[in-house]
Ligand binder design. Structure first.
Ligand SMILES: [Mn+2]
Length: 276
């Protein structure tokens, strides 16, 4: 879309985003998002901990908003909630691969967190090649084109300059600012203004660029399986709230086809609150 050099004239042969090639031995992948982990919600934390400790998946993909807020990796320097969660990730990473994408709450998770948690931070969006198919993975917020105020805010806070400035503030100041932002967000929620959903034409455009037929995303807290035009599909993950009735702690499990020659996969939605 921007003017470029001769390179921009070349036909697109590969997706413009990073492609993660699943190792051939991976049979089962778990996707979760929007856990909004915080010290004041121990039930959801416990459900997530149990899931990380017991899942038999080859890889877990956390597609954004693992944490309610992340004000910088230096929170890990002191024992506390974030350090505890990171230890759980690290322990699980001894058994399986963990991939984490930024959400609109925890976009400041950085390289130090990734290293401490034994995980890989994923670009948003990313393309996954698994079971003979390309899957597009995203948090989803960047596709909510109707949310123009938020997209402006997003562009600002995702810039390296803003992040450098913010991270140079004292930790206590950053925590205070994050709390103020959360209060504003709560006020917005209570005001009843409906949240924007993903823009379908742009979602289809992204899928075509990625040469994928299915997008898996979170963010909207509206779990569904949408069939869009031209056989394109978007699967929306649930948020987690173990105190809700019934509890919400859903895992989307993608399994490679069992038949030796068949390429393909099955998709299931599972409750992580149920013992497996
Ligand atoms: Mn979100």
């Amino acid at each position: 879309m921007t003017a470029g050099g001769p390179r921009s004239m070349a036909p697109t042969v590969a997706p413009p985003w990073p492609v993660l090639q699943a190792p051939a031995h991976w049979r089962r992948l778990d996707f979760i998002s929007d856990l909004h982990l915080q010290a004041s919600e121990p039930a959801t934390f416990n459900a997530w901990q149990r899931f990380m400790q017991t899942t038999q998946a080859d890889a877990v993909f956390i597609l954004g908003d693992l944490f309610e807020v992340w004000v910088g990796d230096d929170v890990l320097a002191t024992p506390g909630f974030e350090a505890g969660c990171t230890q759980i990730l690290k322990a699980a990473s001894q058994r399986l691969s963990i991939f984490v994408m930024h959400g609109n709450r925890d976009f400041l998770m950085g390289a130090a967190f990734a290293q401490a948690g034994g995980l890989t931070l994923l670009n948003d969006p990313s393309v996954l090649n698994f079971a003979g198919q390309q899957w597009l993975l995203s948090h989803g917020d960047a596709l909510c084109l109707g949310d123009t105020d938020y997209l402006q805010f997003r562009a600002q806070v995702r810039s390296p300059e803003w992040q450098e400035d913010f991270l140079s503030l004292p930790l206590a100041k950053r925590q205070q600012m994050a709390q103020d932002m959360r209060r504003q967000s709560e006020t917005h929620k209570r005001s009843g203004v409906p949240y924007a959903d993903l823009d379908e034409p742009m979602t289809c455009h992204w899928l075509n660029l990625a040469q994928a037929s299915t997008l898996i995303h979170g963010h909207t807290h509206k779990p569904a399986d949408h069939q869009m035009t031209a056989g394109l599909r978007r699967i929306v993950l649930s948020d987690w709230d173990a105190t809700a009735t019934p509890p919400r702690a859903e895992v989307l499990r993608l399994s490679a086809a069992v038949a030796a020659k068949a390429e393909g996969s099955t998709i299931q939605r599972l409750r992580a609150t149920r013992a497996e």
